[in-house]
Design a protein around this ligand. Sequence first.
Ligand SMILES: Cc1cc2nc3c(=O)[nH]c(=O)nc-3n(C[C@H](O)[C@H](O)[C@H](O)COP(=O)(O)OP(=O)(O)OC[C@H]3O[C@@H](n4cnc5c(N)ncnc54)[C@H](O)[C@@H]3O)c2cc1C
Ligand code: FES
Length: 235
Amino acid sequence: MALTLSNIQVSEGVFLLRAQMPPIARTPKAGQFYMLLPPGDAFALRRPISIYDYEGGVASFAYQVKGRGTKALSRLAEGSEIDIYGPLGHGYEFEDKDSVFVAGGLGIAPMHYALKQFRRAYPHRLADCFLGFSTEPFLLEAFTEDASTVTAKQGGYITDEVPCIEGRAFFCCGPEAMMRALFLKLGEGSSLQVSLEKRMGCGVGACLSCSVPSREGNKRVCKEGPVFSAREVFF
Ligand SMILES: Cc1cc2nc3c(=O)[nH]c(=O)nc-3n(C[C@H](O)[C@H](O)[C@H](O)COP(=O)(O)OP(=O)(O)OC[C@H]3O[C@@H](n4cnc5c(N)ncnc54)[C@H](O)[C@@H]3O)c2cc1C
Ligand code: FES
């Protein structure tokens, strides 16, 4: 069990939850996620939420209220216990290369922690961020410390702003149409990793509800993903 330290609204329908994890908890890798049990959920179905930040045993999650589960999460009070299971899945793999981070909407959640981890591993490399929002941008300031540049856009297509520069590594999270558009723009030969979203049952590879087709047969988003090479899953 984790302890809710704070759970505040940062934008219309978007919350930032901070939870003190138990001492035995593992530090997550960038792009990994956790299964959070909404309090009072009679069906006890956990919801997958990406790691937004992790520091000193405190895990942070940025989430949007979509339905019953996330609505219940938004009502979690400071000081209450929360059932959090993880970290799970396969995250982003960084290289010693100048890198570009592209996110749309709540895709900024995993991208924030990815940027932070990349900066720690490769402080000498460029890390350019492109963040797209359909509403007023939120949590932007959290990116400025670790990013070389931050480009934010409200409305339109953030992928239009991303330059195709050879030799760079690209990391993306957001609506699937946006990630596909970026893949088309960068081309098959580019180094692009994308984080897929699928409805999940177990979160640990057992129920197959999150399967997606790939070049090498079906893959489970919760186990082999959520992060994949774009050319593996977009074909
Ligand atoms: C690996 C992973 C990481 C995620 N990380 C985040 C995150 O950091 N922040 C965040 O806000 N959300 C994230 N999500 C999405 C989040 O899990 C869903 O929004 C949430 O489970 C919805 O639960 P609910 O009970 O509120 O909504 P429900 O009542 O279950 O559904 C409400 C609506 O949301 C749609 N929906 C539900 N789950 C998904 C899904 N997985 N993908 C697309 N649409 C869905 C439903 O079709 C429905 O229209 C992530 C999903 C995955 C798979
Ligand atoms: S959610 Fe059960 S296999 Fe992925």
